[in-house]
Design a protein around this ligand. Structure first.
Ligand code: NAI
Length: 472
């Protein structure tokens, strides 16, 4: 078993950065070097303004940076020095070619793996941290073995990351479990023990689960599919609630009290976003198709279809409530990140909603406490349209706070559940006073106290709730 003294992490993103910063924070005797090809990202990691926002991340990074935690673009030197290498690069959905729109694009994994093979002059433990299709480790092994020279030996482990953005540091410091998959050979099991020993510096032994490689790879896809499925299930029920007068919060609470179900991830919303859920389910769908299991593929695909339906259903409700037209109306969108406590906008429901509002010729005023303005323009731009930026600037305003966004608005739409948008945090009377009347408010996150907001004078629609419930 290798006593790991030096770790390299390839990919300084939302996963690689926080994960390996926490390892450095908890294991002062291990030198952790996080590398990336993106110079701007590395510069930001070395600056006072980190490239990603996560509660608690600054404390961890500022505590260890320059001591046993380093950020650099010198990928080769870090690979060379490391006993163990995490591969934590992006694995987006393929845009073109075979499996486009579904399969994972493994070009970045392959690029990183080839680099390891070319640079390494001694044996390494190579760890898949990225979420990958089942049996990716086999491809990595083939690349490593074909490109390595002499007596160098590579052990490949799967160690998928289960952190959630917004609570990444909390999740990493106190994980429900750490999963390590390895080939069940003496070398594989020995490498598994080496990585387990790193985590056991702070994670209790019984939370470190060891499995075979393929179970570990599939478990990550399965966990995300099951989590997203719960959201799509409660969202499907939210449509029934709106049509019947049942209240989705009450239904979720009543169901969640069943200990077999549990209460978490039963919150209805405008739909899930984030870089992972959709991508990983589509990956599972593609895998099922490849394995000639069409019914299984259709089953998981439906989770994504329901998510798209929920977003479109919300947009339709907004338009129909605003007298079937939002042309030239000002729609204030509160929140752009895919969820609270992160600046990440990947696959955010806000993007779909705002594009739909723009298509309907509305003017959209956007406010988010953490998302950079430039990111919003990038997310809303349609590729290929030359003067799109100018057109976009005419259709949207990015505002400094919620009051500015809501000023003169016909409708306010809550898309991200930031605490600062709660009924007791924001002065909704002030917002109401400055809006066109009737003043509409659409809560896509079940964040508000509806009675309190209605008492001000707002016409309120909340997902999964029927305005007329209890009056019939
Ligand atoms: P990201 O896009 O934020 O970061 C990936 C980084 O890898 C980028 O900065 C990119 O420049 C770098 N990179 C790509 N190829 C490289 C190479 N050959 N050498 C050096 N750097 C290279 O992606 P994120 O969100 O950190 O995700 C990484 C993986 O973790 C994905 O597979 C994702 O599915 C998985 N994951 C993501 C979670 C999340 O909440 N974002 C949670 C759990 C898993």
């Amino acid at each position: 078993m290798v006593d790991v003294k030096s770790i390299c992490c390839i990919g300084a993103g939302y996963v690689g950065g926080p994960t390996c910063a926490v390892i450095a924070y908890k294991c002062h005797n291990i030198k952790v070097t996080i590398v990336d090809l993106n110079q701007a990202r590395i510069d930001a990691w070395n600056s006072d303004k980190l490239p990603i926002y996560e509660p608690g991340l600054e404390e961890v990074v500022f505590d260890r940076r320059g001591k046993n935690l380093f950020f650099t673009t010198d990928v080769d030197a870090a690979i060379e020095e490391a006993d163990l290498i995490f591969v934590s690069v992006n694995t987006p959905t393929k845009k073109t070619g075979m499996g486009a729109g579904m399969a994972a694009d493994l070009a970045y994994i392959e690029g990183a793996t080839r680099r390891i093979a070319e640079v390494a002059t001694r044996s390494k433990i190579v760890v898949e941290k990225s979420t990958v299709p089942c049996r990716t480790a086999e491809s990595m092994r083939t690349i490593l073995e074909a490109n390595s020279t002499g007596s160098i030996h590579f052990d490949i482990l799967s160690n998928p990351e289960f952190l959630a953005e917004g609570t990444a540091i909390k999740d990493l410091l106190n994980p429900d479990r750490v999963l390590i998959g390895a080939l069940q050979t003496p070398e594989g099991i020995s490498a598994q023990k080496s990585l387990a020993a790193v985590y056991q510096n702070w994670v209790p032994e019984d939370r470190v689960i060891t499995t075979n490689l393929w179970s570990s790879e599939l478990s990550k896809l399965a966990a995300n599919a099951l989590l997203a499925q719960r959201i799509s299930s409660i969202n499907a029920l939210s449509a029934i609630c709106e049509a019947t007068g049942a209240d989705v919060d009450e239904v979720a609470y009543a169901c969640g009290r069943d200990s077999r179900l549990g209460s978490k991830f039963l919150k209805a919303s405008v739909g899930f976003g984030g870089s992972c859920f959709q991508k990983d389910i589509l990956n599972l769908v593609y895998l099922s198709q490849q394995l000639n299991l069409p019914e299984v593929a259709d089953y998981w695909q439906q989770v994504v279809i329901m998510n798209e339906y929920q977003k479109k259903r919300f947009v339709r409700k907004i338009i129909s409530t605003l007298f079937n037209t939002i042309t030239n109306k000002r729609i204030a969108v509160l929140g752009f990140a895919f969820k609270k406590d992160t600046g990440d906008t990947r696959e955010s429901a806000a993007i779909t909603l705002i594009k739909d509002f723009i298509d309907e010729n509305a003017h959209v005023a956007i406010y988010d406490p953490k998302v950079e303005h430039e990111q919003i323009y990038m997310d809303l731009a349609e590729p290929g349209v030359v003067d799109n930026r100018k057109q976009l600037e005419k259709r949207i305003s990015i505002c400094a706070d919620a009051y500015e966004a809501c000023k003169g608005a016909d409708a306010v739409v809550i898309v991200t559940e930031w605490d600062e948008f709660k009924s007791d945090q924001l002065d909704y009377q002030r917002i109401y006073d400055n809006m066109h009347k009737p003043a509409f408010l659409f809560d896509g996150r079940l964040l508000l106290d509806a009675a309190q907001i209605r008492a001000i004078g707002f016409k309120v629609h909340i997902i999964g709730k029927n305005e007329l419930a209890g009056t019939a």
